[in-house]
Design a protein around this ligand. Structure first.
Ligand code: 1PR
Length: 569
């Protein structure tokens, strides 16, 4: 067989490019790392997955002497694929360089494509733009040979790809010829990929875009090999055609060791994960075992999950950091799963019981990112951080784990997980604490004594301890501290199969601008369409009904589509 081209990867060490490596490898290609500018000229094809901020990316490229070598390589029209920031740096400049947090004059980009990268207007939409969105093609490219949707058609219904970004490149008359695809985010049209000759780049993340993304990488690399990459043709496009962000279907895997020490996916009823029948010897039920974490997650990836969350639900126990069992789960999962992976449980400052060494929450999170996580989720610590935030008169202290992690990895990588319980009251006047948001309940949701109202009390340590703060207050504080998304559980609904808690979802998503993932209570396909229709959550999550194979992911998505809610099919 013909020897495949070797990919030269430009990883300048600013962040996690493990999933890009895994995606290239899974397409059957080998990688060499570029560690010196002299290697650029020798490369057959360069992939540049930019990570971090625009200024820091350009700063490293310049400092290490890559910028001139790259400009030369690009000017010679050699095969190139930039991803995300790797696309933005091809433009002349970015508004991001004007933001606080860097010293000196703003650095220009590589300047290959005319135009300036700017920030989405957050008064009109939530920023960052996170999730699956479509693309409208403006050119026919051999790189797109395996991507579904015939030439010229938008990818509606099949070819959605995954985006995470706050800045975008506008389409102008100067750069129009470069545009390979365009995408619309709530009324804002922007460049979602470019190609001219052999230089190609995407704003979306092909390595996180499931089969569509892998097909793009494969098509790109095969056309490099057969020398056809530059055979692009413009496609007449309909200016009235727009794309939209679809609602995400997320699967959560609650992971813990069972009584024999094996790591299993489990699932509770109102957070109780033990079987109801007691063991004669121990006097308690065994931990429910629904399967092996990576095996189950791979099945969900194949079946069309838009995102997968692994939660270490016994994280309140302290163990040796090197033994953190979820690290291995992430490493294995990221080799075969090409949609975003979130990990939660135990992301906080940590004292190793053996060495006495203290690790910061940021250090713990970094290990997970390096193992293949795209986002980390914080539960208990987010509640403590919110309590501090209000105690300090709503000021950022700078020391919370949310702040530390989002400053380094970006807000899109910082999820908070809230585990509230309902506290029923007869009237809003029965609640003294002005921070507690009281909601009115539907007739069907009334409390055990006919109470018409409730507030949602936050818990820590997986529901084991209640705190005097409500879910809305924690969500607001977390957003102010730098969280980019909220996973919103409800202990009363967990495992009950009666649908999501709409009152809670409405109260929280109305209080913040970051995306909310509805969680707890799904029991049939229709519950997803219900929560998307009646509340403004951007994603919904289920665990038990998928684990028990009562409902398939495809059934949920078909039901959403038949109710007029766009899903990634
Ligand atoms: O506090 O930062 O160490 O994080 C602990 C994490 O573990 C939190 O995200 C917390 O939600 C989670 N957790 C802790 N204990 C449990 C438990 O169940 N005993 N589970 C737990 C969280 C909630 C969802 C569940 C949905 C959907 N489980 O993951 O999957 O409720 O379930 P359903 O569709 O079957 O109703 P920290």
């Amino acid at each position: 067989a013909k020897k495949k081209v070797t990919v030269s990867l430009l990883d300048y060490g600013a962040g996690n490019v493990r999933s890009v490596r895994n995606a290239i490898t899974s397409c059957g290609y080998e990688i060499v790392d570029i560690t010196h500018p002299s290697q650029i000229d020798d490369a057959s094809v360069i992939i540049f997955p930019g990570v971090g901020s625009y200024h820091s990316a350009m700063d490293v490229l310049k400092r290490e002497g890559y910028d001139d070598a790259l400009r030369g390589y690009l000017a010679a029209d050699r095969p190139y694929l930039g991803i995300c920031l790797g696309m933005q740096t091809l433009f002349e400049s970015s508004e991001e360089t004007n933001e606080a947090g860097h010293v000196g004059d703003p650095l220009p980009g590589l300047g290959v494509i005319p135009g300036r990268v700017v920030k989405f207007d957050e008064t009109k939409r939530s920023v960052p733009h996170i999730g699956w969105n479509g693309v409208v093609r403006l050119q026919d490219s051999p790189a797109m040979r395996y991507v579904s949707g015939a030439s010229g058609e938008s990818s509606g219904g099949g070819g959605e790809v995954y985006f995470v970004h706050s800045y975008y490149a506008p389409i102008t008359s100067e750069n129009e010829k470069w545009v390979l695809t365009r995408t619309t985010y709530e009324g804002q049209e922007y460049v979602s990929s470019v190609q001219r000759g052999n230089v190609c780049a995407t704003q979306f993340h092909p390595e996180k875009s499931g089969a569509a993304g892998l097909n793009f990488i494969r098509g790109f690399l095969e056309s490099v090999e057969d020398g056809t990459l530059s055979n692009t043709k413009p496609i007449p496009n309909n200016p009235d055609e727009h794309t939209q962000l679809v609602k995400r279907v997320v699967v959560a895997l609650d992971v813990r060791s069972n009584d024999s020490g094996d790591l299993v996916v489990t699932k509770g009823d109102q957070y109780d994960v033990r079987e109801k029948d007691e063991d004669a010897k121990t006097g308690r039920g065994g931990v429910r075992n629904l399967g092996k974490p990576v095996q189950l997650a791979s099945r969900y990836y194949e079946e069309g999950a838009d995102e997968i969350a692994f939660l270490n639900i016994t994280s309140f126990r302290q163990g040796v950091i090197e033994d953190m069992p979820m690290l291995q789960v992430l490493e294995e999962a990221s080799k075969c799963i090409f949609v975003p992976l979130t990990v939660g449980g135990g992301i906080r400052s940590y004292t190793d019981p053996e060495s006495g060494k203290v690790y910061s929450a940021l250090e713990v999170a970094s290990r997970y990112f390096r193992a293949g996580a795209d986002k980390v989720s914080i539960g208990s610590d987010a509640v403590y951080a919110a309590e501090e935030y209000y105690k300090n008169g709503k000021k950022q202290g700078g020391s919370s784990s949310i702040e530390a992690i989002s400053q380094v990895y970006g807000v899109q990588a910082m999820v908070i997980s809230i585990d509230p319980k309902r506290v029923y009251v007869n009237s809003p006047d029965d609640v003294d604490n002005k921070l507690h948001a009281v909601v009115e309940l539907d007739e069907s949701q009334k409390g055990p004594n006919g109470e018409k109202f409730c507030w949602y009390q936050c818990t820590v340590k997986g529901g084991r301890e209640s705190r005097d703060i409500c879910a809305v207050a924690v969500a607001r504080a977390a957003e102010a501290l730098g969280a980019g998304e909220i996973m919103l559980n409800c202990i009363d609904m967990d495992g009950q199969c009666k649908g999501f808690d709409h009152a809670l979802m409405t109260a929280v998503s109305g209080a913040v601008t970051i995306p909310v993932i509805a969680s707890s209570g799904a029991g049939r396909a229709g519950h997803f369409a219900d929560v998307f229709r009646e509340t403004s959550v951007q994603a919904a999550l289920a665990a038990g009904m998928f684990h028990r194979k009562e409902v398939e992911i495809s059934e949920v998505k078909r039901d959403m589509e038949s109710n007029g809610i766009r899903a990634r099919i």
